[in-house]
Design a protein around this ligand. Structure first.
Ligand code: SF4
Length: 311
């Protein structure tokens, strides 16, 4: 079956990465067509909200994550990154060592889960040609979790972190796909003024287009343009003084992320056995020596540049 059969408008089909097979695209599109057709904004359940974001009945579209982030986040597939997939092949770029294509992220279920989120974005972009329902689903899900206290536990059930529901990150993996997609994220921030949003991106073109059209992002949305090369100074344009940035291993950075030096001790299960390990790279949770780390610099629009250490 051709994915385009039911759509009269021509679709610019982005190339699928081998990790995201065409059958998955068909599955996601068929599920989305079904749920969109019957969806009622006045009467719905949580499962339908996740389905509107491309998930099947059993998966969740936003993750409560782990001690690496203080709050919940929305991820998509790193293989769909437009600028990132070019940079992945270039030396001395953070993308050439992209964490979102290795380790846990590279396991079958995680690749599939993030690909489903990306394929849904592609569907709203190219087939529905509106992000209205995608935006609606994320607003309702983020709002639902913002009213709850949630804990991160290790394999023994010990609490190793508390999720801060008022700090949300777009995207733990993946990136913005279009100006319309970026506008949809901005609309989510406008609808939830009590939640702080952070979006690191490499898609400078869409950020500039957004500034040209709208001037500023919502006051609770911090979009940071990431420098493409390790050790280089932040992007800077006289036309866009409102641009916030991030760098990697830039020696002159004044706000350096402390996450790599912080850790939690946690029990993990390896080959059926429980082991106590130290996990470094902790943004939030119970940090070094049990100290609670309250850094939220990435979300702070008064900090123009954050510098991270290459890992
Ligand atoms: S700068 Fe602060 S908020 Fe940002 S990732 Fe590092 S520890 Fe977390």
């Amino acid at each position: 079956m051709n994915c385009q059969q039911n759509n009269l408008n021509p679709i610019k089909e982005p190339q699928l990465h081998a990790k995201c097979p065409a059958m998955l695209r068909i599955e996601v599109r068929m599920n989305l067509a079904k749920v969109i057709k019957k969806f009622n904004k006045d009467q719905y359940n949580l499962k339908e909200l996740h389905q509107l974001l491309g998930k099947s009945e059993k998966n969740k579209a936003i993750s409560k994550g782990n001690v690496k982030m203080p709050g919940r986040h929305f991820s998509s597939s790193a293989y769909f990154c437009q600028t990132g997939s070019i940079l992945m092949k270039k030396k001395d770029t953070p993308c050439s060592k992209c964490y979102a294509t290795r380790g846990n992220y590279a396991t079958g279920n995680n690749i599939k889960g993030n690909s489903m989120n990306s394929l849904a974005i592609e569907y709203y972009q190219n087939v529905v040609q509106s992000f209205d329902l995608w935006t609606f689903a994320l607003i309702k899900l983020i709002e639902y979790h913002a009213g709850k206290t949630e804990y991160i536990k290790d394999a023994k059930g010990n609490i190793i972190g508390i999720v801060d529901p008022l700090f949300f990150r777009f995207h733990d993996a993946g990136d913005v796909q279009s100006l319309q997609h970026l506008e949809a994220i901005n609309n989510i921030a406008v609808a939830l003024p009590h939640v702080n949003f952070w979006l690191p991106t490499r898609e400078l073109t869409y950020v500039k287009e957004f500034f040209d059209k709208h001037g500023l992002f919502a006051s609770n949305l911090v979009v940071r343009q990431s420098q493409h090369k390790n050790g280089k100074k932040p992007f800077e344009f006289s036309k866009y003084p409102q641009l916030l940035t991030s760098t990697v291993s830039w020696d002159e950075g004044s706000h350096n992320c402390p996450a790599l030096t912080q850790y939690v001790e946690k029990w993990v299960k390896k080959k059926g056995e429980l082991k106590l390990i130290k996990q470094f790279g902790v943004c939030e949770g119970i940090g070094l020596n049990g100290k609670h780390n309250s850094c939220r610099n990435c979300w702070d629009s008064k900090i123009t540049n954050i510098n991270y250490t290459l890992h």
